[in-house]
Design a protein around this ligand. Structure first.
Ligand SMILES: *[C@@H]1O[C@H](CO)[C@@H](O)[C@H](O)[C@H]1NC(C)=O
Ligand SMILES: *[C@@H]1O[C@H](CO)[C@@H](O)[C@H](O)[C@H]1NC(C)=O
Ligand SMILES: *[C@@H]1O[C@H](CO)[C@@H](O)[C@H](O)[C@H]1NC(C)=O
Ligand SMILES: *[C@@H]1O[C@H](CO)[C@@H](O)[C@H](O)[C@H]1NC(C)=O
Length: 459
């Protein structure tokens, strides 16, 4: 099965006869339309690859960090082009995807310009990629023109054959797949090697709310150890104003005996919840306060709200949300995480070029921000994050069935890697909320109105 046949199969309208036999992956096709300029797409890909190779980081200075981020973005563009070639079942290819890739290239250009302004030392490094990007931009524009004329046809049979071929390909490759990369042991837990599950999978009583969060208090008051909390973003999938609590997991799953605690009777208003990625710690809820760049701490006992502001150029109200090629997750600018040592807030700032920043949140009253780490992970290339033992992990969308943990940042060593390949098997397409509970080592997930847990497997 050659790569070029694959591209033809996917990107041009065609009439063909085909057969898929066992592991032979045979496919005969007869093309009835002008060929898609497959070679041009290839060239763009090759340019992206060369561009990546040209940008090599040396020491881990701030500039190198920028370069690393840039390198990843270019790689991401390349991957997006590959997605475009493969097309999955969601019709997200064609003009729209090309446009997205164009926008991404424009953003990378913007980054390069900033980098160029920052220093002369890296001049020799930024000139070459910039030239290549120019060429790539032109080519993408050409491709887009072509696509508008030749609006790509979907064909159910075509889809089926492609799926069969993909499966066949995967089978062939199953034995040669690379093992997941792992991190050094921490917290006496060993390395994270895989994610098992889902262990629990259920709808809540709020079946129509696709954005929400749930879990257990990571630092419960005595007697509250078995309590579970649930928040749904009941206005516009963006805003929430109350926390529902259940005594046990089974009462939560059955919807029995809920206790609701309101932050405010109206929604949204000052200091109510914005966005799904919140956590409960020490009987207080930590979340992005409505329409500001502040962290809110809501005391479940007194119902008092205390706040602490993030840097002024922090993205909020959908400026730096989690995203992937086909979608962004509304108002996910701020993510909260719990691990063995407490609470963190994960966000992005303009001065860090939209890349992720991690700040430790001290859970005093009022809360205060403590140590802060800048990463080269572009926020919009991740779909969510969580922390384990001082290590940040980020996920990305692979397809409807699979989310992949692909990135890690160790706050102790400042080491970051983009090569993790730990899959999470999804039951629904989108993950709106994801957090690690240091008490049971489970990942708590809110996915299109379903609540799930997964078990982190340590070596
Ligand atoms: C970098 O900046 C210099 C001076 O501002 C400009 O002449 C040059 O074209 C820029 N290079 C790139 C690659 O943008
Ligand atoms: C198998 O996987 C390798 C590496 O991931 C890839 O280069 C190769 O194209 C794959 N082969 C098939 C038949 O999919
Ligand atoms: C919440 O209020 C109670 C009662 O005043 C207090 O003991 C507790 O420390 C507060 N929690 C936080 C996180 O401020
Ligand atoms: C900030 O973190 C350091 C290191 O963990 C700790 O010693 C210090 O007490 C923290 N500061 C506050 C205000 O909690």
């Amino acid at each position: 099965m050659s790569q070029s046949i694959f591209i033809l199969l996917i990107l041009i309208p065609l009439t063909f006869t085909q057969s898929v036999r066992g592991k032979d992956c045979v496919c005969d096709l007869k093309n009835s339309d002008p060929a898609f300029p497959e070679k041009k797409l290839k060239n763009v890909e090759t340019s992206a690859l060369q561009c990546t190779r040209t940008i090599t980081s040396e020491k881990m200075t701030d500039l190198d960090r920028l370069m690393l981020g840039l390198q990843q973005r270019v790689k991401q563009v390349e991957e997006n082009v590959i997605v475009l070639e493969k097309e999955d079942d969601r019709n997200l290819y064609g003009a729209v995807s090309l446009r997205i890739i164009e926008l991404e290239i424009a953003e990378i250009q913007d980054l390069l310009n900033k980098l160029n302004r920052t220093t002369q030392n890296y001049h020799h490094l930024s000139v070459q990629p910039a030239a290549q990007l120019e060429v790539m931009k032109d080519k993408m524009a050409e491709l887009e023109k072509f696509d508008n004329m030749q609006v790509i046809k979907t064909n159910r049979e075509n889809e089926r054959v492609k799926r069969d071929l993909e499966q066949c390909k995967e089978e062939l490759n199953a034995t040669t797949a690379a093992p997941p990369t792992v991190l050094p042991a921490r917290c006496g837990l060993g390395r994270v090697v895989s994610v098992a599950g889902p262990r629990t999978y259920s709808l809540t009583v709020f079946t129509s709310y696709t954005y929400g969060a749930w879990g257990r208090d990571a630092q419960p008051a005595p007697g509250d150890e078995n309590k579970y909390w649930l928040v749904v973003l009941s206005t516009s999938n963006v805003y929430g104003n109350f926390i529902r609590q259940y005594g046990t997991l089974s009462t939560l799953l059955l919807g029995i005996g809920p206790k609701d605690t309101y932050i405010s009777s109206t929604n949204p208003t000052t200091n109510t919840i914005q966005g799904p990625n919140m956590v409960m710690y020490g009987n207080a809820l930590y979340y992005n306060c409505y329409n500001t760049y502040s962290v809110c701490q809501f005391n479940m006992t007194t119902r008092a709200v205390s706040t602490v502001a993030l840097p002024k150029d922090t993205g909020y109200s959908n400026k730096f949300p989690f995203a992937h090629l086909a979608a962004t997750y509304a108002y996910t600018d701020m993510d909260f995480a719990t691990d063995e040592s407490g609470v963190y807030v994960i966000y992005a700032t303009t001065s860090n070029f939209g890349n992720v920043i991690i700040s430790k949140v001290e859970t005093s009253n009022p809360p205060v921000l403590n140590q802060t780490w800048s990463t080269s992970l572009h926020k919009r290339t991740a779909t969510n994050t969580f922390m384990v033992c001082g290590v940040l992990y980020a996920t990305r969308y692979l397809d409807q069935e699979t989310e992949e943990i692909f990135y890690s940042y160790d706050t102790k060593t400042k080491e970051e890697r983009f090569d993790l390949k730990i899959n999470i098997k999804k039951m629904q397409t989108n993950i709106q909320f994801l957090n690690y509970d240091p008490r049971d080592h489970l990942l708590y997930v809110y996915s299109d109105a379903y609540i799930l847990t997964y078990e982190l497997i340590f070596q």
